[in-house]
Design a binder for this molecule. Structure first.
Ligand SMILES: Nc1nc2c(c(=O)[nH]1)N[C@H]1C(S)=C(S)[C@@H](COP(=O)(O)OP(=O)(O)OC[C@H]3O[C@@H](n4cnc5c(=O)[nH]c(N)nc54)[C@H](O)[C@@H]3O)O[C@H]1N2
Ligand SMILES: Nc1nc2c(c(=O)[nH]1)N[C@H]1C(S)=C(S)[C@@H](COP(=O)(O)OP(=O)(O)OC[C@H]3O[C@@H](n4cnc5c(=O)[nH]c(N)nc54)[C@H](O)[C@@H]3O)O[C@H]1N2
Ligand SMILES: [Mo]
Length: 683
């Protein structure tokens, strides 16, 4: 029996350190690694189901090719690689290398992912995406305001005396954060949750504010107005560290409690209570979720939220701060500099970066000079997860050829001509970072890939050989398919950081060099002015937005002047859920037992007039599409909203993104998934 240090590479706040036991060549036991102080408490159900996932009978263990009747048949690697190479050569010859589209989702973290673009550079180029489905509106809002994306260590939250969980549901999506919330409560802290849904997180709160979706910016400005009016602000902090306070205060003064109550549907007394608590209880931490920034107005919303901390001096001190994304462990890639990854329509050497992830279906079909002929998709399930499924499917089906690399036959894999089987986290060594804590962690190769599975880096190496690239160039660009070569590659990436070695990481998670335990404690804000910018010239010059975080209605919000409002009166929320990561894990029997089917949650006040009984089947629809689901009455949901968790595969009766519009957020090229109006009727 051997025990190994590893870590979970899913796209999740927690990014848990793990210890894995192997016996007789098989994975036996997974447990939390005691030396990751953020996640030592234990693993989630998904983590515990990894052994089931690795050995699942549904796992893809061999290459597959589409048959004429639309099914798949098993083929060998030679045939798979030869077929792909023939297509790559032919489209490159006729249309140029950029007629190949490379798409990578967020299926796994790791430095080895970088090998993909090295391959495409060798190929002569490709077309790929900009923007991101997940978090960029908030990243850009934070960067514009504070200069960088970082926050204090997760355990620092235990020192807060007021915690506002604003559009975040950590009891499901960041379960380890709840431990620090609970420690703070034990020490006397108050907790407020602002969410249209009564979530599991709300059970820990003294106050749940069920706001109208997409209107948080107005609430923040209303609170700011009262804080300033009542003098509950930190004048010294503002004078020293804040740019644009006077103009911000003037703008905020337009947001009287009555006006804010009208926009947000939050009662005046609650707006007042929030202002009173935020103005008098310190240290205050605002934990802002990613769900809330999936609107067409959400970067401005996030800027308004940060302003509350700036004017009350709640930054740079223990227990205080803006807890959004902590990129202190992102030392390898340029992610901390969103300018490096977010500007659209540009070239990076031979790579054309011209397809917005949020507008995938539309942009894929619209590319010219050259048009897209072939797609290579790995680590992602865009048919299920990207907005406007209909257009994504149409664009993919319009191509000449599609290759998908995945562990399972997902909705996207079902669209492929060739499906290649992907590794799991236990089958290739890699180094990963995180976005909540600051640990760098290793995920070790513990077992051989089962069946004929090959890690992506090996697939690329084999393709490169068959494409006839120069042997020296291959050697310089891509790691050879041996464990030693992979380690060599990783050592190369770790070289700039002498304090990080593979040997050390094999022992335990290591905090990123130079990380700050209490973020901003040096009060050094790398914005153009060196201050916290409530007034941002760059917001205007880069994004055409207001320099101040003024409130605008989201474009499709029911009950506003927007055009979606009249026909589709309900607001659709599509949040994440505890026992899945997006579209992963739901195919495992243990998870399925707890979540047997996809449901649409609706308040009885909306269900009754539509004749929708609890448990009945209903059709949820708008002009983009429809899904048929079972109704679940939910007294905890704000009336006027319906909620369906994202991630269910189309082939299982899910596919909530049939309803979402391909629309970007106001900044950062994010996806405005929740800016979405629907109607629902009995089936
Ligand atoms: N178990 C699990 N954990 C995960 C994930 C997962 O799929 N499953 N995914 C990971 C990833 S990639 C992400 S991005 C994060 C996301 O995790 P979170 O940041 O928690 O985001 P969501 O679940 O999308 O949304 C959080 C809450 O925002 C609320 N919300 C929606 N619109 C509004 C609004 O306008 N105002 C307010 N105040 N609230 C609103 C929703 O009702 C929801 O309860 O979780 C990560 N962790
Ligand atoms: N309506 C709506 N849609 C949403 C959201 C929402 O809130 N509402 N949330 C959005 C967010 S925040 C995110 S982050 C995205 C996530 O979108 P994706 O990143 O596309 O999501 P996943 O479902 O995690 O799919 C990842 C795929 O990668 C595969 N995979 C895992 N490990 C590996 C590997 O090592 N190699 C390869 N080749 N494949 C691997 C998995 O099997 C899975 O099929 O979804 C977005 N979609
Ligand atoms: Mo995400």
């Amino acid at each position: 029996m051997d025990t190994f240090t590893t870590a979970c590479p899913r796209n999740c706040y927690s990014t848990c350190g793990m210890r894995v036991t192997k016996e007789d060549g098989k994975l036996r036991l997974l447990e939390a690694h005691p030396d990751n102080a953020a996640t030592s408490e234990g693993l989630c159900l998904k983590g515990l189901s990894y052994i089931e996932r690795v050995y699942s009978p549904d796992r893809l263990l061999h290459p597959l090719k589409r048959t004429t009747d639309g099914g798949f048949e098993r083929i060998g690697w030679d045939e798979a690689l030869d077929t792909v190479v023939a297509r790559l050569e032919s489209v490159r010859e006729h249309h140029g290398p950029r007629s190949v589209f490379f798409y990578a989702g967020s299926g796994t973290k790791g430095l080895m992912n970088g090998v993909a673009l090295d391959f495409w550079r060798l190929f002569g180029g490709c077309t790929t995406t900009y923007g991101d489905l997940c978090w960029p509106a908030g990243l850009e809002a934070t960067r514009l305001t504070l200069g960088d994306n970082k926050h204090s260590a997760p355990w620092d939250l235990a020192k807060a005396r007021l915690i506002v969980l604003w559009g975040k549901n950590p009891a499901e999506t960041n379960i380890h954060q709840m431990r620090f919330v609970e420690q703070a409560i034990e020490a006397g802290a108050r907790v407020v949750v602002i969410d249209p849904r009564r979530t599991q997180t709300a059970e820990a709160a003294e106050l749940l504010v069920q706001i109208k979706p997409g209107t948080d910016g107005a609430l923040a400005l209303g609170i700011a107005h009262l804080l300033i009016r009542d003098g509950n602000i930190d004048r010294e902090f503002i004078a020293e560290h804040v740019l644009g306070f006077e103009s911000f205060a003037e703008m905020a003064s337009e947001y009287s409690p009555n006006r804010v109550a009208e926009i947000t549907e939050v009662p005046v007394e609650v707006v007042q209570r929030l202002a009173e608590e935020m103005g008098t209880i310190t240290p205050l931490s605002i934990c802002a979720g990613f769900g809330m920034q999936r609107y067409t107005n959400s970067a401005q919303t996030m800027r308004a939220l940060i302003a509350l901390l700036a004017i009350t001096g709640n930054l740079g001190r223990p227990g205080a701060g803006w807890i959004y994304a902590n990129l202190q462990s992102q030392i390898f890639d340029p992610l901390r500099d969103p300018l490096a990854i977010y500007p659209p329509a540009r070239d990076e050497g031979p790579i054309r970066i011209s397809v917005s992830t949020s507008l995938l279906g539309h942009h894929l079909a619209e590319q010219q000079d050259p048009p897209i002929k072939m797609a290579w998709i790995e680590r992602g399930n865009p048919v299920t997860q990207n907005p406007d499924t209909h257009r994504v499917l149409e664009a993919l089906r319009g191509l000449e050829f599609r290759v998908v690399v995945d562990q399972f036959l997902t909705d996207t894999a079902r669209e492929a001509d060739i499906v290649l089987p992907a590794k799991t986290l236990f089958e290739q060594t890699d180094v990963i970072n995180a976005y909540w804590h600051a640990y760098i962690q290793i995920k070790q190769k513990i077992i051989e890939p089962p069946g004929e599975v090959k890690p992506e880096s090996e697939i690329y190496y084999l393709l490169a050989g068959r494409l006839g690239f120069d042997a020296d160039e291959i050697r310089r660009s891509l790691p050879a398919p041996t464990d030693a070569a992979v380690e060599e590659y990783l050592r190369g990436r770790l070289k700039p950081f002498p304090e990080l070695t593979l040997e050390q990481l094999r022992e335990r998670p290591v905090l990123a060099p130079g990380h700050q335990e209490v973020a901003w404690s040096d009060y050094s804000f790398p914005t153009p002015s060196g201050k916290i910018e409530l007034l941002s010239e760059e917001a205007a010059s880069r994004w055409g937005a207001d320099r101040l975080p003024r409130f605008h209605d989201p474009v499709e919000s029911p009950g506003t002047a927007s055009k979606g409002a009249a026909r589709y009166p309900l607001h659709l929320l599509t949040p994440n859920t505890k026992d899945r990561i997006h579209s992963q894990f739901n195919n495992l029997p243990s998870i399925r037992e707890l979540n047997p089917k996809t449901l649409v949650h609706i308040h009885p006040a909306d269900a009754r007039p539509r004749g929708l009984a609890n448990g009945a089947m209903a059709r949820v629809f708008n002009e983009r599409g429809s899904v048929q689901l079972e109704v679940r009455w939910d007294y905890g949901l704000k009336p006027g909203c319906v909620s369906i968790t994202n991630g269910w595969w189309l082939c299982e009766g899910g596919g909530v993104n049939r309803l979402s519009g391909a629309r970007e957020t106001d900044m950062g090229h994010g996806a405005a998934f929740h800016d979405n109006a629907v109607e629902i009727e009995a089936q």
